[in-house]
Design a protein around this ligand. Structure first.
Ligand SMILES: CC(C)(COP(=O)(O)OP(=O)(O)OC[C@H]1O[C@@H](n2cnc3c(N)ncnc32)[C@H](O)[C@@H]1OP(=O)(O)O)[C@@H](O)C(=O)NCCC(=O)NCCS
Length: 171
């Protein structure tokens, strides 16, 4: 008698059952967060920034740097630089295991209200034209595409990617 072949069920945990992490309230980052910022940055970008580069950003009064903590440490952050009534988003990153739980959304909303409170009327940013996650985050928060920089980013494999310039009015 031929024994029927057994089908092994796919035991991957469905996305819906992933437990939502406990995020803290957004807080201003300090120079002492530089090493954690650098380590987190390396998880999101091919060309990461060193701890000393973050120290410079975190001690620059023109930069606004806000992070969110999870139980084990820094979960994500968003940094911008303010000049007069304009601001530019410098970077945003969330730890890979904590993505898709609303952390970046929380950081962005918090950031935009802090910038508005400082009198910022317009926020700009550049984003890799193929970064679907970031594009979706910015579009759903009212950023519009206002330009394209051809072959602006260098990928780890040597290829080049366009940057989209996006803008959101806070007025
Ligand atoms: C982009 C990034 C910051 C998003 O962080 P996140 O905490 O996972 O985002 P959130 O859970 O807050 O998602 C908010 C919105 O962003 C969009 N989004 C986030 N991740 C997405 C994905 N993988 N695919 C499509 N849309 C995505 C969605 O519109 C989402 O809203 P929804 O959940 O209602 O669909 C994160 O993927 C990251 O750190 N990536 C690496 C670094 C990077 O690319 N930074 C942006 C450089 S400009």
């Amino acid at each position: 008698m031929k024994i029927p072949e057994m089908k092994i069920p796919d035991l991957k945990i469905p996305e819906l059952l992933r437990r939502k992490p406990d995020f803290g309230l957004p807080r201003l980052l300090k120079v002492g967060d530089a090493a954690d910022c650098s380590a987190l940055h390396a998880t999101g970008f091919a060309h990461s920034w060193s701890a000393s580069e973050f120290e410079a950003l975190l001690s620059d009064p023109a930069c606004l740097s806000v992070g969110v903590d999870a139980k084990w440490g820094l979960a994500g952050y968003l940094m911008s630089r303010v000049a007069s009534d304009e601001a530019e988003v410098l970077t945003v990153v969330v730890a890979p295991a904590l993505r898709r739980f609303g952390c970046a959304q929380r950081l962005l909303l918090d950031h935009l209200s802090r910038l508005a409170a400082r009198g910022v009327a317009m926020v700009f940013l550049e984003v890799d034209a193929e970064n679907e996650a970031a594009l979706s985050l910015y579009r759903r928060n009212g950023f519009e595409e206002v330009g394209r920089r051809k072959a602006y980013y260098a990928r780890a494999d040597g290829a080049r990617a366009d940057a989209l310039v996006m803008r959101r009015n806070l007025g």
